[in-house]
Design a protein around this ligand. Structure first.
Ligand SMILES: Nc1ncnc2c1ncn2[C@@H]1O[C@H](COP(=O)(O)OP(=O)(O)O)[C@@H](O)[C@H]1O
Ligand SMILES: [Mg+2]
Length: 250
């Protein structure tokens, strides 16, 4: 069956030289032992402890798919600092038969730079409509992080797209997070694909999504209910006082 997806798998094309810190990342070591990690669902989550390599991995996928490593659409080509890893040089992204018509790479720590870049582009004389008109018309700097992020999803994500998001929940209130899930569902129905790193047990419950947990032992596909994120938050919400007492007791 031909895949409807834009990204259908990832694999390491060549070995990483000794001494490169990427060698120490369990996710990279695991990719070295397998032929290909198949990406088979329209929504794929990468989860795991801080520092396990989620951002490194999704950034390498984004760069391999033609995105600016600092985030934005394929058309953004600003660079403020060469802060991305060179994993993309070793990674092969297996592509589906269709090419995406839309796309966005949201890098958690550089959304600010995307907002600045839009303002700068619009400050230059042009016969085209201002770039910000595609993002709801109000400078992303003049809105809260959560507001501007939701504007981005509502106004700029157009369907038939590949959206790669690094911890999108960071900006969002719980109700906005549920709103994001509704937008994602709509976009998936309009032939979109999402690759997301997250710590949110709510987001990772997206119906039909695949959750890859990165850990010291590599990469494993897990049901979201079995992830540590989900279990810890459920345990906490079931009995916050009890858990805090246990945690804080000397
Ligand atoms: N230039 C670098 N040199 C050495 N180690 C690095 C470099 N960049 C990132 N790392 C390490 O790579 C690991 C993975 O980082 P990252 O992908 O950002 O983790 P995550 O997104 O899962 O929290 C971290 O432990 C980080 O310290
Ligand atoms: Mg990260």
């Amino acid at each position: 069956m031909l895949s409807e997806l834009y990204v259908t798998g990832i694999k390491l094309a060549r070995p990483i030289e000794a001494g490169n810190y990427l060698q120490d990342l369990p996710v990279v070591r695991h990719l070295q032992t397998m032929d290909e990690l198949p990406i088979a669902k329209p929504v794929t989550f990468f989860i795991g402890e801080n520092g396990v390599g989620k951002s490194t991995l999704i950034e390498a996928i984004a760069v391999s798919m033609g995105f600016n490593p600092e985030g934005g659409t394929i058309n953004f080509n600003f660079a403020t600092r060469n802060s991305h890893s060179d994993l993309f040089r070793y990674l092969t992204v297996c592509k589906g038969v269709r090419h995406q018509k839309d796309g966005f790479f949201l890098r958690a720590e550089s959304f600010y730079n995307v907002a600045t870049n839009i303002d700068q582009m619009d400050a230059e004389p042009s016969f085209d409509p201002p770039v910000i008109s595609y993002y709801g018309g109000v400078s992303l700097h003049k809105q809260s992080h959560g507001e501007s992020f939701m504007k981005l999803v509502e106004k700029r994500f157009g369907g038939n797209g590949l959206y790669i998001l690094d911890e999108p929940e960071a900006a969002l209130s719980p109700s906005r997070l549920l709103q994001l899930i509704c937008h994602m569902d709509d976009l998936v129905k309009r032939r979109s694909q999402f690759i997301i790193s997250t710590h949110s047990p709510v987001l990772m419950a997206f119906p039909g999504a695949e959750v890859f947990e990165l850990s010291e032992s590599g990469i494993a596909s897990v049901p979201y209910q079995e992830t540590e994120h989900f279990r810890i938050i459920r345990q906490f919400l079931n009995a916050p006082d009890k858990m805090l007492k246990y945690l804080l007791e000397k």
